[in-house]
Design a protein around this ligand. Structure first.
Ligand code: ADP
Length: 479
């Protein structure tokens, strides 16, 4: 189900839903605090003035003096004031139109010798009334004082505060809505870009990458996502390359097999004809051709099988090959002896290594085969009279077999391709017409299966040097 609420909308409502109620609560709190404060000030005002007057006159029993003194003070602040004697009769002068409390309240206060603070009325006609007892030095009740303040003044202040708070809350709410729009945009932009990128990937575009946000977590998410895409693209590219290689390999292999097979077929037809015509003179020639083509095909199939075996990547050398401890010197001597037999006028040299040459852990047949392939190429591509050198090198704990010739060399643009399967250089440059183009591919596969390294340097018309390096064993029996 497709959700209607966007992430941006969610952030917006969360922001607004938190901020505006918070503003209202803060406004209410400020209002209530100010209200309590103003009431407290008014109460203290009444209490302090009345108590000061009463304490001053407590030595005197003439309430008129008290009434005069208090009414002078209270007139200034616009309060009402009434002094009543013990019998409940007003003692002039008084202020205002009260008393606001009942005579019964006055009598009750006299009886309890307590004070009361009371709010009477509501709205603008509300008054804060303070009623207290007047006692003389003997603690005899002389009367009561009732002082009251109209609340209109305080209400005016509170109304002004309310209006200000409303204005501030409205402005702050508007500002927070604006802020929520901007912030939700900033927060969700990287996510939107990520979603857009994911959408492109879904449509098959693996080139897309998410922009890296400044926000750390979102930035990290984008980096991880981009790295993941890099890996997937690389994997897919490798797979595509592998599939293409397989396709080319199959096409090349069938192409290579086609020509010996067609020669084979023509030879069989010739054989058939010779039999029917009872012409036995040509039989040895035809059989020789057949044998040669069978040898070619067998060699090709063997090479292909060998490559397939060496291609079992991920397997250890021990699983694919039959490695053993090999002393490189006698092995190279063996290859040297064979190369002297192959040579056609070239001068073949074996250079004895300087220093100690330790053993290596390798498949003897495979290594011999790789070295023979290199020597065969050297013989093929080196003119008579030029030199082919075989030598061993011991560098940084690795043993290198070096086959160097003074042949026609390899053009720089062909160098990266020579290890490709079925790759053959320009045959017009060499005397050789046949050659499957699998020789160096096998050399490369053998070296790779041994975790070794292969290097080639070549200068056209000057010569080529192949160097196969393998890790030297530290001690006998150790790989
Ligand atoms: P091929 O069967 O053609 O020899 P290889 O895989 O052995 O196949 O070699 C691939 C190509 O590399 C050759 O066709 C040739 O052009 C080039 N090559 C290999 N070795 C040498 C060399 N020693 N000198 C010059 N060119 C060489």
């Amino acid at each position: 189900m497709k959700s209607r609420l966007t992430f941006r909308g969610l952030i917006f409502f969360l922001f607004i839903g938190t901020l505006i109620p918070l503003l209202v609560v803060v406004g209410l709190l400020v209002y209530r605090l100010q209200q309590a404060y103003l009431l407290d000030v008014a109460q203290r005002y009444l209490i302090n003035f009345v108590q000061a007057g009463v304490e001053q006159f407590s030595a005197d029993s003439d309430l008129t003096l008290l009434a005069v003194s208090l009414s002078e003070s209270f007139r200034v602040i616009g309060a009402d004031l009434f002094v009543l004697n013990a019998a409940g009769n007003p003692v002039p002068p008084s202020l205002g139109t009260g008393p606001w409390l009942e005579i019964a309240d006055h009598q009750a206060v006299q009886a309890s010798r307590q004070s009361i603070m009371q709010m009477i009325g509501a709205g603008d006609s509300a008054r804060l009334v303070y009623l207290t007892t007047i006692v003389d030095q003997n603690r005899d009740v002389l009367g009561t004082v009732e002082a009251s303040l109209p609340m209109a003044n305080i209400n005016d202040q509170l109304n002004a505060l309310r209006r200000w708070l409303l204005l501030i809350i409205t402005l702050a709410s508007g500002l927070s809505i604006l802020l929520a729009v901007v912030l939700s945009g900033i927060i969700t932009r990287p996510i939107s870009s990520l979603v857009a990128s994911v959408d492109l990937v879904r449509q098959g575009n693996l080139e897309t990458r998410a922009p890296v946000s400044e926000v750390r977590e979102l930035g990290q998410l984008a980096i991880t996502y981009n790295q993941m895409l890099d890996r997937i693209s690389l994997e897919l590219q490798q797979r595509a390359r592998l599939a293409e290689n397989m396709r080319r390999f199959a096409a090349n292999a069938s192409h290579e097999l086609r020509s010996p097979l067609s020669v084979f077929r023509s030879s069989v037809e010739l054989l058939d004809k010779a039999f029917h015509q009872d012409d036995h003179r040509r039989l040895p020639e035809i059989l020789a051709i057949l044998r040669k083509e069978v040898d070619t095909m067998t060699g090709l199939v063997e090479n292909l099988l060998l490559l397939a075996r060496l291609d079992q990547s991920g397997e250890s050398v021990d699983a694919i090959l039959h490695p053993e401890v090999i002393d490189p010197v006698p092995l190279l001597e063996e290859v040297y002896e064979r190369s002297r037999l192959l040579a056609r006028g070239q001068e073949v040299e074996l250079e004895w290594p300087k220093g100690e040459i330790g053993p290596i852990w390798a498949d003897r047949d495979m290594l011999r085969r790789a070295l023979n392939n290199l020597v065969e190429n050297a013989v093929t591509y080196t003119p008579a009279g030029k030199k082919i050198t075989l030598r061993l090198e011991n560098r940084n704990g690795s043993i290198a077999f070096v086959i160097e010739d003074q042949g026609i060399g390899i053009p720089p643009d062909q160098l990266p391709k020579i290890f490709e399967r079925f790759y053959r250089g320009d045959e017009s440059r060499s005397r050789r017409v046949s050659g499957s183009g699998l020789g160096l591919a096998i050399v490369e596969a053998v070296v790779r299966a041994h975790d070794g390294e292969i290097q080639v340097e070549s200068v056209p018309e000057q010569g080529t040097c192949f160097r196969l390096s393998f890790k030297q064993m530290d001690a006998p029996g150790q790989t």
